[in-house]
Design a protein around this ligand. Structure first.
Ligand code: BGC
Length: 253
């Protein structure tokens, strides 16, 4: 890998926080501190752009020539955000990639947040070298999903929005980490909701491996052993940094 391609910047925009760092792409790890700011209330485009600008300035990479990858919690098609589950409705059908490029004054690579976490775990983490179907889920404000089949990402799967029969509503409203927090659920009670969710996804896709990311994956020993599935279910090696690492990796491709 040429020297210029060995590093890239990753920005992971989530429903709750915006995180960024500079990534060593040979080793797939952060080589700076992780900078984090809160996602602005309402997550309107101009406020999110201002927050991204702020994290890049804090990282001292605002003028850097390194490739920059930006991940966002929505369906991303042709540079447009096509959904808005935990952000302002203004993002629906919005030319987000162009908006960030104009606002930041540089080219970026733009993709879904869970998809880039899937890329990070496939290249540098728990899904590396795994044949067959890997389903990565991020448990955070929502539930993000990435489908990786024989090392190839199938983007924009959105399995956090499967519906709960007889109850209505999205799976993520019931089983994301935010639901645990909102309802003050113990890990045991939350795990029952996760059991329902992963059973459903396992029925739909028969994966060979589940990988679980998001901030709560650092406490995976509190809930993953409570789940019973046919496929192994393991924490993301890069935990909550997978989005930053994967966004950077895609930007350098
Ligand atoms: C969004 C997904 C996103 C996930 C995790 C969901 O609400 O629809 O696009 O990947 O949250 O942020």
């Amino acid at each position: 890998m040429a020297a210029a391609n060995r590093q890239a910047i990753g920005v992971d925009i989530g429903g709750t926080g915006i995180k960024a760092g500079v990534v060593d792409l040979v080793e797939g790890r952060l080589i700076t501190d992780r900078i984090k700011v809160a996602t602005p209330p309402g997550a309107e485009p101009k406020d999110v752009l201002a927050a991204v600008t702020q994290v890049l300035e804090t990282l001292e990479v605002a003028d850097s020539d390194l490739p920059l990858g930006v991940a966002f919690p929505a369906i991303v098609k042709g540079g447009r955000t096509m959904s808005a589950a935990n952000v302002s409705d203004r993002w629906v059908g919005f030319a987000a990639e162009k908006f960030f490029e104009q606002g930041l004054g540089r080219d970026i690579t733009f993709a879904n947040d869970a998809d880039v976490a899937g890329v990070a775990e496939q290249r540098y983490g728990a899904a590396k070298g795994v044949d067959g179907m890997v389903v990565l889920t991020t448990l955070g404000t929502g539930i993000g999903t990435a489908l990786v089949y024989n090392g190839i990402l199938v983007p924009n799967t959105e399995l956090g929005h499967i519906q709960r029969a007889n109850h209505g509503g999205d799976a993520e409203t019931y089983a994301a980490f935010s639901a645990k927090e909102r309802h003050g659920l113990s890990y045991e009670k939350w795990a029952r909701r996760l059991q329902w969710y992963y059973n459903y996804v396992e029925f739909l896709l028969s994966p060979d491996l589940f990988v679980v990311g998001g901030g709560v994956s650092k406490h995976s020993e509190r809930f993953l052993p409570l789940l019973s599935l046919r496929a192994p279910i393991v924490p993301a090696v890069h935990r909550n940094n997978a989005g930053i690492i994967g966004a950077a990796a895609l930007a350098a491709d």
